[in-house]
Design a protein around this ligand. Structure first.
Ligand SMILES: NC(=O)C1=CN([C@@H]2O[C@H](COP(=O)(O)OP(=O)(O)OC[C@H]3O[C@@H](n4cnc5c(N)ncnc54)[C@H](O)[C@@H]3O)[C@@H](O)[C@H]2O)[C@@H](O)CC1
Ligand SMILES: [K+]
Length: 506
């Protein structure tokens, strides 16, 4: 599992009511059990356990495991490399150990903020637990931590790394400087990709410990998914945070591309270009002075506009095709060429979807389709029903499998919009539960397409953009409902997008 997916899942547990503190308790308990198993297997008796801890959750797991090991009759010596603990749950678990005074358990706690001249007492059999750094490692290792890693590696004890060997990149398995070389690595919930991909001698024997994270925490999109948004570089300039092109609008519809454009701004993009026929251009311009509108000859989009559109597509990071274009042969010809010529990430929405031949996008993996159920069935020539509102796991499972069987025929991502939205890509799927019945109002689909293309332009993958996009759209709809009841419009929803993202990031 990618470290970012793990962090998102951990955070999403909280929104099911499963706190980080509970997760750390489960992780520490499993760790204690695994350490005890290894001790019995290796030494046939309890031995001293020496723990090195850092300032994050990785150290917190060690603090919890200490309690379980003490209860099993082990001596535990903890060496804290940092006295300023950043993880709240680790702080709580350290406090528990510090509150054990007068101490009846065979526990010692040392602050080791200077590792120079430090030597482990190696007179007896012992186990060293590495709880210095896990999935939260960032940047270069601090000197003290490097030295501690050296002490661990030189020791004669059996070495056990918690979650990830400290110093190793949890995503790639690469080691830039130094890392603990353990005899065992004990990962929680799922093995991290870096640990999985690293050479065996760098990670030792692998154990995956279950910590009670339910499937739903992994598969429901929730506030933890905001962790996928990149921190904006304070010195970035115009265009660094994404630019998009929206190809849509017609004599009959000018609101749709404008709503998509404004939604894209709400979701953080820097620049929005709209390529639209001249009969829609003036109303689109007057909908917002922030949109850069390219007026194209005529009342409808057609192949005559191909070169101008491709030139614009070259300038941007992602392209949305479809909103408000209407359906006619000329527009259809244009769209079928655009989806093959444009190599940037694409969102294909509404009228776009209705006019593009599935065979042309089959092998494209950086495309997001945003159909509601009727559009889905038309596009894929199927007759499915989306039925995810049930406690009957068999029904839900069968329903998802039916959709997967069909969407696996293409490489892109598909959002099936419904009461609970289903997002599918290859064998992956997620479910979004935000949103409300007020969102049946016209234009909320255009808002969704605008949010998704905005996220694509900010370097999120197609699948992540689709999942987070549909969640944000639902949250903005929920905010609009909170203020206006069912009397909100898509423009009202769009006006709350920035706000729900800001609050979601807190
Ligand atoms: N709900 C959760 O988040 C859970 C987390 N768990 C554990 O928590 C770990 C992740 O916790 P955190 O996100 O707190 O991260 P870590 O415990 O990996 O460490 C991050 C801490 O180390 C510091 N740090 C980062 N890079 C450093 C460097 N190069 N040199 C020196 N110090 C550095 C940071 O300031 C931060 O305080 C997992 O690997 C796992 O062991 C488990 O308790 C299971 C549940
Ligand atoms: K570790």
């Amino acid at each position: 599992m990618d470290p970012i997916d793990m962090m998102v899942t951990d955070a999403n547990c909280e929104y099911l009511g499963l706190s980080r503190l509970c997760l750390m308790e489960a992780a520490g308990k499993s760790l204690g059990e695994e350490v005890a198993k290894i001790a019995v297997f290796t030494f046939a008796k309890p031995v001293k356990v020496v723990m090195f801890t850092g300032s994050g959750g990785n150290g917190g797991d060690a603090f919890v495991a200490a309690r379980y090991l003490l209860n099993r009759g082990y001596d535990v010596d903890i060496y804290m490399l940092k006295d300023n603990i950043h993880s709240n749950e680790a702080k709580i678990n350290l406090e528990i150990l510090l509150n054990m005074k007068p101490r009846l358990s065979r526990l010692t706690i040392h602050y080791l903020t200077d590792v120079d001249d430090f030597k482990l007492d190696e007179d007896e059999d012992f186990i060293v637990v590495d709880g210095i750094l896990g999935t939260g490692i960032r940047g270069n290792l601090q000197e003290n931590i490097k030295k501690a890693i050296g002490v661990i590696n030189e020791s004669n004890g059996i070495k056990i790394s918690i979650d990830v060997p400290s110093g190793m990149d949890p995503l790639t398995g690469s080691v830039d400087d130094v890392a603990v070389v353990p005899d065992y690595t004990i990962s929680f919930h799922k093995i991290k990709t870096g640990v999985r991909d690293a050479e065996e001698e760098l990670v030792g024997g692998l154990v995956t410990a279950d910590i009670g994270i339910p499937l739903e925490a992994e598969y429901f999109v929730n506030y933890g998914d905001f962790l996928r948004l990149k921190n904006r570089d304070a010195s970035s300039h115009k265009g660094n945070n994404g630019s998009v092109l929206i190809v849509g609008g017609s004599k009959d519809y000018h609101g749709a591309p404008a709503i998509s454009g404004k939604a894209a701004f709400g979701a953080g993009v820097d620049l929005v270009y709209i390529a639209t026929p001249e009969s829609a251009a003036i109303p689109v311009k007057s909908a917002s002075e922030d949109l850069i509108v390219k007026s194209l000859d005529g009342d409808y989009l057609s192949l005559n506009h191909l070169d101008e559109i491709l030139e614009l597509a070259d300038k941007v990071d992602a392209v949305l095709i479809g909103p408000g274009s209407g359906i006619n042969d000329d527009t259809s010809k244009l769209f079928n060429v655009l989806v093959t010529k444009i190599k940037k990430p694409i969102v294909l929405d509404a009228d776009g979807l209705k006019q593009v031949d599935i065979s042309l996008i089959k092998n494209k993996d950086n495309i997001v389709l945003t159909p509601h159920l009727a559009e889905f069935n038309q596009f894929f020539n199927s007759k499915l029903k989306l039925d995810l509102d049930s406690y009957d796991f068999k029904m839900v499972d069968e329903n998802i499998t039916e959709f997967q069987l069909i969407t696996k025929n293409i490489n892109g991502t598909v959002i099936v919009k419904g009461k609970n939205d289903l997002i599918l890509s290859g064998s992956k799927f997620r479910i979004n539960r935000s949103g409300n019945a007020g969102m049946t109002v016209g234009g909320t689909g255009d808002a969704l397409a605008g949010i998704v293309v905005s996220l694509l332009s900010q370097d999120l993958s197609s699948f992540d953009s689709a999942c987070l996009g549909v969640f944000i759209n639902g949250l903005a709809g929920d905010k609009a409902y909170e203020i206006n009841g069912n009397g909100f419009s898509a423009s009202d929803l769009v006006s709350y997008i920035g706000n729900v993202i800001k609050n979601g990031l807190c």
